[in-house]
Design a protein around this ligand. Structure first.
Ligand SMILES: Cc1cc2nc3c(=O)[nH]c(=O)nc-3n(C[C@H](O)[C@H](O)[C@H](O)COP(=O)(O)OP(=O)(O)OC[C@H]3O[C@@H](n4cnc5c(N)ncnc54)[C@H](O)[C@@H]3O)c2cc1C
Length: 258
């Protein structure tokens, strides 16, 4: 079972995200990390490989320094990687990202493509579905469990009420939720071997991409303005000198909360 895993490099969730005032694009000069949701997708791919054999290939579209996030996935145990990186891709929206990833996925053979549920910066959650559409294969999203017998998948899709079970033949696109597994930290051996694993960097020319479909100019969404959220006001502190309950009741009725 050969598996492709799409991973995104995002700004560190601990860092304060900033937008560049000139373009309203995310300032990516801060510390960047492997998208936390994608660690679960990489881990799930490795578990399927350990159970059924095959190869795990990482696919990423990002700036040149996205090699850091890709190397982390290789250190976790993936076999090889493809990074699509080109200044022409800067500012691409979710549809353009899906187009680029689908074209990269058409360059090698796979039975499954795994995704995280969403990124921690754009958070549209649209890319897996758009890639499945462009590849013409089924999408099974928000999965909390994946079982494989031969080329048949039996999966649990997380819902508010619990889960729904689906059965589907490979090839397919899957997105997995946080908590589907416990990602294993890369070992020192894994980190060292990741440096030698194949990482193929491709530009738009190498993939024969139509540059009118990518980048900020072709983005179907445009940020017109942005402002920081209001700082949270300090809460009301109620000293309970025996009238605490009354004061809280007055506050709630005053705020029309009851
Ligand atoms: C603050 C902010 C707001 C944005 N708002 C929008 C918007 O409203 N509409 C829009 O079209 N675009 C938007 N974008 C751009 C969008 O983030 C990028 O196009 C991005 O590459 C894909 O969308 P996403 O981050 O929402 O991915 P999601 O769909 O949330 O990601 C789901 C999964 O797809 C995979 N994936 C996503 N991006 C990549 C990648 N570059 N390489 C490999 N795998 C990937 C990962 O497995 C990820 O877990 C926004 C970006 C930012 C930073």
């Amino acid at each position: 079972m050969n598996i492709a895993v799409c991973v995104k490099q995002v700004t560190d969730t601990e860092a304060t995200a900033k937008l560049e005032p000139s373009s309203w694009r995310l300032d990516r000069s801060v510390t960047c990390i492997l998208n936390p949701y994608d660690e679960y997708a990489v881990e799930e791919a490795l578990r399927i490989k350990e159970a059924h054999g095959g190869e795990v290939t990482v696919v990423c579209m990002g700036p040149e320094n996205a090699t850091d996030a890709v190397r982390k996935a290789l250190a976790m145990g993936a076999d090889s990687a493809v990074l699509v990186s080109d200044p022409a891709l800067a500012g691409s929206d979710a549809q353009a990202t899906a187009y680029v990833l689908a074209e990269a996925l058409k360059t090698f053979s796979w039975d499954l493509v795994l995704f995280g549920l969403r990124s921690t910066d754009g958070e549209t959650g649209c890319v897996p579905g758009a890639v499945a559409e462009k590849l013409g294969v089924p999408l099974l999203s928000a999965l909390s469990k994946v079982d494989i017998q031969g080329t048949t998948l039996t999966v649990h899709r997380e819902t508010d009420e619990g889960y729904v079970a689906y059965e589907c033949p490979a090839p397919a696109v899957l997105s997995v939720i946080k908590g589907i597994n416990e990602p294993r930290y890369p070992s020192m051996k894994g980190i060292m071997s990741a440096k030698k694993k194949p990482l193929d960097i491709k530009d738009v020319g190498a993939l024969g991409l139509d540059t009118t479909q990518v980048g900020l100019e072709s983005a179907k969404t445009r940020v017109l303005s942005a402002r920081s959220p209001e700082p949270r006001k300090a809460g009301v502190k109620v000293e309970d000198d025996g009238s605490g309950a009354e004061k809280i009741a007055d506050f709630l009725t005053g705020a029309k909360l009851v």
